[in-house]
Design a protein around this ligand. Structure first.
Ligand code: ARG
Length: 506
């Protein structure tokens, strides 16, 4: 994942200019938290440093993470057919592209960095925007973190258990250790976190390159028989199954909207935002198509569906004495993605609580390290709970279900604003049919699994969203706070050595 410091999920751009963004290679992570170039009452005009190349890199770097190394098996299992799996992989790419194009209109129309938060604010007003920041801090970001760390763990233990199934408890333990390590990195220093990010991003590209080259080699040798059995007939797909297969595929593409969190930093955004999307997403789609073909050049359909860690199986078959390279590359790649995800999550939490949308303590930063430690710890705790109680597949369903409610919401926001703000400048105007298509598909994605096969995950997700509504009225709108909260805040401040940011700056 790329790094995005989403400093403005909460409409703060007007007053204090703390909106900030951090991109893979070329941003200064400490910008605001370290107060380097920002005095509190001097609105910061962020430098526009994301050009076309870094825009594409940011999209590609965020999207490629754990999914391509864990989803292919699950997708195959859910559809029961190579042909249908492949179509779904491509359709997920197309859907992400269409969604991102609609986001390009939203992002060039409202250029503040908050992405969904900002668009919901414009189109629907405060409460839906609050719900978004509530759900993304409590559910979306921690579940991303949990899924990626579980994938990390799967690959980290795989070489030690040969090709049989690793013990579940071990995988969970390793995932928790990964979360703690990433938490430590991010609490220790902002710079360390970005360096980890940049180095580790390269690793995933290496992993993809190895797989694609290896697959090409096998195909040239004439190893095409597994690709010739698209067996649509044996497919197990029902309408609901297809929707959850999409969840699995779309997880691998998640992050397609990430450039919208940093629109304020893009050079010439009305040109570079759509262009980065048009280049970046098809590029990822192409990579995923090639990787899928490569897997099948090396193993059979049932081997792939059964494989616990498909890239490891791939390495064992093809790389001989170099087989260790695969799990290593994937663990590094996933570790990097998890790191980037926590990094963003910390900023998000920080921004939301500063706006009074979450507990105050979560917006405090460490007195010497300037890292938003309470927010990071809070996220990690939720992620640990998710790791302990969930599995990769159930968490992916939980995540995708929730995320697509909000992606659909953003499409609705676009459509509504075409009506309510017909004359607002739109430097990039997407054909209106596109948001309609994405809205319809996302409605299907959210509704079909509930009808076809109700699961607890969907209920939990709905409960979180509505829970947000219950919190909104008393604590945000009417401004009540719990009587003992002050004491807890002071206690935590002393334990964690954290202070409100204004103290640091003034
Ligand atoms: N697509 C990524 C993966 O396959 C996950 C991205 C998580 N989303 C994000 N915005 N960081 O692991």
């Amino acid at each position: 994942g790329g790094l995005v410091w989403r400093g403005c999920s909460a409409g703060c751009d007007a007053e204090d200019g703390t909106t900030g963004a951090l991109t893979d290679g070329n941003a200064n992570p400490g910008d605001k938290l370290e107060g380097s170039d920002a005095a509190p009452d001097d609105p910061v005009h962020l430098k526009r440093r994301v050009g076309l190349f870094s825009g594409v890199a940011l999209i590609v770097g965020t999207m490629i993470g754990s999914g391509i190394f864990v989803s292919p098996s699950g997708l195959l299992e859910r559809t029961g057919s190579v042909g249908i799996s492949f179509i779904i992989w491509m359709a997920c790419g197309l859907l992400s592209l269409l969604g991102a194009l609609a986001y390009a209109e939203l992002g060039t129309m409202n250029t503040s960095s908050g992405a969904e938060y900002a668009y919901f604010m414009d189109a629907f007003g405060g409460p839906p925007a609050f719900l978004f920041s509530w759900v993304s801090t409590l559910v979306l970001k921690p579940s991303q973190m949990a899924i990626i760390c579980l994938s990390f763990a799967k690959y980290a233990v795989e070489p030690f258990v040969s090709e049989c199934e690793p013990p579940n408890a071990l995988v969970k333990l390793v995932a928790v250790i990964a979360i703690v390590m990433i938490l430590a990195v991010n609490c220790y220093s902002v710079n360390l976190a970005t360096n980890v990010q940049n180095i580790f991003t390269a690793a995933k590209l290496v992993a993809i390159a190895i797989i694609v080259c290896g697959g090409a080699y096998k195909l040239i040798q004439g190893n095409t028989r597994h690709l010739q059995e698209p067996n649509f007939a044996s497919s197990t797909a029902t309408l609901g199954n297809i929707a959850t297969a999409f969840y699995t595929g779309l997880w691998a593409y998640d992050g397609w909207n990430n450039l919208n969190y940093v629109t304020e930093e893009i050079k010439n955004p009305s040109k570079n935002l759509p262009l980065s999307i048009i280049i970046g997403i098809p590029l990822v789609t192409l990579c995923y198509a090639l990787v899928n073909v490569s897997y099948l050049a090396v193993m059979s359909v049932s081997e792939m569906a059964d494989s616990e860690a498909v890239a490891v199986t791939f390495g064992n078959r093809l790389l001989g004495p170099m087989a260790w390279l695969m799990p290593l590359a994937v663990t590094i790649s996933t570790f990097g993605s998890a790191n980037g995800t926590l990094f963003v999550a910390g900023r998000l939490c920080f921004a939301a609580s500063r706006e009074g949308h979450l507990l105050d303590i979560l917006s405090y930063v460490h007195v010497r390290r300037f890292t938003p430690a309470p927010g990071l710890i809070f996220h990690s705790l939720i992620a640990v709970a998710m790791v302990l109680y969930g599995t990769i597949d159930s968490l992916i369903d939980f995540f995708s279900f929730t995320a697509w409610i909000f992606y659909g919401g953003a499409m609705l926001a676009l459509i509504v604003m075409r009506k309510t703000k017909p004359h607002a400048p739109r430097p990039y105007k997407v054909p209106i049919i596109i948001p309609y298509i994405v809205l319809i598909v996302s409605t299907y994605l959210v509704v079909a699994p509930i009808i076809d096969k109700p699961q607890w995950e969907y209920l939990y997700a709905a409960a979180f969203i509505f829970g947000g509504g219950l919190v909104y009225l008393p604590f945000v709108k009417w401004g009540y706070s719990l009587p003992f909260m002050d004491k807890i805040t002071v206690f935590l401040q002393m334990v964690l050595e954290v202070v409100p940011t204004s103290t640091t700056f003034e």
